[in-house]
Write a protein that binds this ligand. Structure first.
Ligand SMILES: [Zn+2]
Ligand SMILES: [Zn+2]
Length: 308
C-alpha cells in the first residue's frame, strides 16, 4: 500500500481561522509518524478521525513554537488514556530538556518511556529504521537548529510467480530465498533463473519534509528523486527579501527545490497568515514546477510513483 500523508496544520507562526500551525501524519506500513506537532494538533486529529494510538514516532523539525507547542498536550493525553508503549521523539537536543521540565513541574507520571533521539545539524544521517522503512535527517538553514526528514520505504521482497513455482514443484521452504532474489536449482542440478520465478516488487517510495528554511539549493541533494516533497512556502516572490531576512522561502523557491531535486510531486505549506487565499501561491509555484499542490488541512496525499 502506498504511504499516505495527512495534513493537519499548514500555517506559519500564528494560526488563522482556517489554518493551524505545522503538523502532519505519515501512515507508512503499520506505523503512523507524526511530523511536527504545532498547537492544536490533537484537535485536528480528532476532527479528522486520526487516533493517536498508532503513533510511536514523532519527528520535530525545530523548536519554534509553531512546530511543537502541541507536543506536551498530546503526551499528556496519551498518558491519561493509559498508554504504556514507549514513544520515540526525534528532534533537536533541547527537546528532551523542555519536555522533562514540563513533565516534572506538571507532576505528570508517565506510564510509558520517552525515547529521545537528537538530530544533528552537521550531517545527513539515518536516525531510525525498522524492517520496512527508515528515517533520515538533514540540516536546514533556519534561525535555530532545524532539520528536515526523509522517510523512505525499504526495498521489498520480490513477488513469487506462484503458477511458475508450482509448475516446477519448488518446495515451499525455498520460497523465502527466491523472494530474496536467488535462483532455484532442483535435485537434478537444473537451475531456473530468478526472473523466471518472480515479479518485480513495487518500487520503494519516499517522502521528504522540509520545514522552515531559507532557500538553499543544497537541500535538493538530500531529497533527490523523492516521490513526494513538502517544502515550506511562507511568502510569495514579492516578499523574497522578507523571506531571506527571516530564513524562510517563497512559493517560487520551494518549486525550484522540487525541480532541482527531480521530485515527483510537491506540496507547499507553512503559509503566512497574511494570505487569505492561497491560489496565488499555488500559481507561483506551478509556474516553476507544475506538479505542485497546496497543503490543505484534512486532505490526504498518496506517496506514490507519479506518472507525468
Ligand atoms: Zn514555522
Ligand atoms: Zn521556524
Amino acid at each position: 500500500m502506498n504511504p499516505e500523508l495527512y495534513i493537519l496544520g499548514s500555517s506559519s507562526a500564528t494560526p488563522t481561522r482556517e489554518r493551524h500551525p505545522s503538523a502532519q501524519i505519515l501512515k507508512i506500513e503499520s506505523e503512523k509518524i507524526l511530523i511536527d506537532c504545532g498547537e492544536g494538533t490533537q484537535s485536528q486529529m480528532i476532527k479528522y478521525g486520526i487516533r493517536h494510538t498508532g503513533i510511536n514516532t514523532i519527528c520535530i523539525s525545530h523548536l519554534h513554537g509553531d512546530h511543537y507547542f502541541g507536543l506536551i498536550g498530546l503526551i499528556s493525553t496519551m498518558s491519561l488514556m493509559g498508554r504504556t508503549q514507549s514513544l520515540r521523539l526525534i528532534g533537536p537536543p533541547g527537546l528532551k530538556q523542555i519536555l522533562e521540565l514540563q513533565i516534572e513541574q506538571g507532576g505528570m507520571s508517565l506510564k510509558f518511556e520517552l525515547i529521545f533521539i537528537p538530530t544533528s545539524m552537521d550531517k545527513f544521517e539515518r536516525i531510525y529504521e525498522t524492517d520496512t522503512f527508515e528515517i533520515k535527517t538533514f540540516p536546514l538553514k533556519h534561525r535555530i537548529h532545524c532539520t528536515g526528514f526523509l522517510i523512505s520505504e525499504k526495498k521489498k521482497e520480490r513477488n513469487l510467480n506462484i503458477e511458475r513455482v508450482k509448475e516446477l514443484n519448488i518446495p515451499v521452504n525455498d520460497y523465502k530465498k527466491i523472494k530474496l532474489g536467488e535462483n532455484f536449482t532442483n535435485g537434478h542440478g537444473e537451475t531456473t533463473m530468478n526472473e523466471d520465478l518472480t515479479f518485480d516488487p513495487p518500487a520503494p517510495k519516499s517522502y521528504a519534509y522540509c520545514s522552515d528554511t531559507i532557500f538553499d539549493p543544497s537541500i535538493a541533494e538530500y531529497v533527490k528523486d523523492c516521490n513526494l516533497l513538502y517544502h515550506e512556502a511562507t511568502y510569495m516572490r514579492n516578499l523574497e527579501d522578507r523571506a531571506e531576512m527571516y530564513f524562510h522561502s517563497t512559493a517560487e523557491q520551494a518549486a525550484k527545490i522540487a525541480k532541482l531535486a527531480n521530485a515527483a510531486h510537491l506540496i507547499i505549506g507553512h503559509f503566512s497568515s497574511r494570505y487569505d487565499h492561497l491560489g496565488p501561491l499555488l500559481e507561483e509555484a506551478k509556474s516553476v514546477f507544475s506538479k505542485t499542490s497546496l497543503a490543505i488541512e484534512g486532505e490526504k496525499h498518496l506517496v506514490k510513483i507519479h506518472n507525468g
